[in-house]
Design a protein around this ligand. Structure first.
Ligand code: NCD
Ligand code: ZN
Length: 343
């Protein structure tokens, strides 16, 4: 069995820089037409000039003849000015700005310490039609890690959408039923990305029978019921508010298999195949093209890609590791059998 879909895009991707970038960029370039490139480098990408430099580095690292188009993102800090937003919006390469609550995840130390610090920037983004991409977790120590997304909705995100009704918001890598409901009940300006690992795994995969660091990511994997099941329903529903964003986030094997392992899962090596298996399991392969290739561009006011990819029902085994920046990386589903292959 075989079918074609319009070439997908990845609306949430980490490709790092330097040697790490060179190791992983080909994986996404092979499958995706475009990707929203997350700006959490050290130091982060905080203005249009840095975004231009980073974009050039990515273009130079692409395989020959690749037409992959990196869409750049500003990293919001307490000091992001309305001028930074205006310059970014005027540059045709910056498509969005990302809110990392300070301390929420990998390389978020320069993130926002209080949402009201970026209200002038949000006002400018709303005016410019520039989407706000949100890492939706609170970081207070008194809030349990499994509750951090739901508390963020109650205490921060619901206020932001009331204060900026015209602001486009992408609630990134949603993990809970509360997030699904928030997006469903929100205005047409509110959408969400859903990762393959939050669709295919839950906290049991990470913790039962031993601690599995390659399943550790942020926001952390939640319960199957009701959270994973709500994500599966949302992704495969055909509702245009939900679209593909892998959050593929490479870290070396060594950095993850540690007494204090890094958060992040590499899924770029088989992203579309993972989503295909999800949609097949829900008997919804006919909805894959909308989720993977049409709803994202629609939200970002961009045309869909003009070429197609072919997915073939075919068993193959994911490699145990890939070479990564002079070291190795263990990919999502390492050593496991997948039943779809992109050709
Ligand atoms: C991401 C990373 O490693 O950059 N990690 C992760 O667990 N998802 C950061 C992020 O998106 O939170
Ligand atoms: Zn991410």
């Amino acid at each position: 069995m075989q079918f074609k879909i319009i070439r997908p895009d990845d609306w949430h991707l980490h490709v790092r820089s330097g040697e790490a970038l060179k190791s992983v960029i080909g994986m996404s370039a092979k499958q995706m037409g475009r990707a929203i490139i997350m700006p959490n480098l050290t130091p982060p990408v905080i203005n249009a000039d840095q975004a231009t430099d980073y974009r050039n580095e990515i273009i130079n690292a692409l395989p020959k003849n690749s037409s992959f188009n990196p869409l750049m993102v500003l990293y919001l800090t307490d000091n992001t000015s309305t001028r930074d937003i205006e310059l970014a919006s005027a540059s045709s390469i910056v498509k969005a700005a990302k809110l990392y609550p300070a301390g929420a995840t990998t390389n978020s130390d320069s993130g926002v310490t209080d949402i009201t610090n970026i209200y002038p920037a949000l006002e400018a983004m709303s005016k410019a039609g520039m989407p706000l991409l949100v890492h939706g977790e609170v970081t207070r120590h008194d809030v349990d890690i499994f509750d951090r997304e739901a508390v963020f909705i109650d205490q921060t995100l619901s206020k932001v959408v009331l204060d900026f009704p015209d602001l486009k918001v992408v609630f990134e890598h949603i993990t809970t039923k509360e997030a699904v409901d928030f997006v469903l009940n929100g205005s047409a300006n509110i959408a969400a990305t859903i990762t393959p690992h939050h669709l295919l795994a839950n906290r049991n995969d990470m913790l039962v029978g031993g601690i599995r660091p390659h399943y550790f990511c942020l926001p952390i994997l939640k319960r199957e019921k009701p959270h994973q099941l709500a994500l599966l329903d949302a992704a495969t529903s055909g509702n245009a508010k939900f679209f593909l964003g892998t959050d593929s986030a490479p870290h070396t094997k060594h950095a993850k298999e540690s007494s204090c392992g890094c958060a992040g899962i590499l899924s770029a090596h088989c992203a579309i195949e993972l989503y295909a298996s999800v949609f097949e399991s829900k008997n919804a392969l006919d909805k894959l093209e909308g989720f993977a290739s049409r709803f994202g561009p629609q939200f970002y006011s961009l045309p869909p890609n003009t070429d197609t990819i072919t997915l073939t029902k075919q068993d193959w085994v994911v490699p145990d590791s890939y070479e990564y920046a002079g070291s190795v990386i263990v990919p999502f589903m390492a050593g496991k059998k997948l039943s779809w292959k992109m050709s």
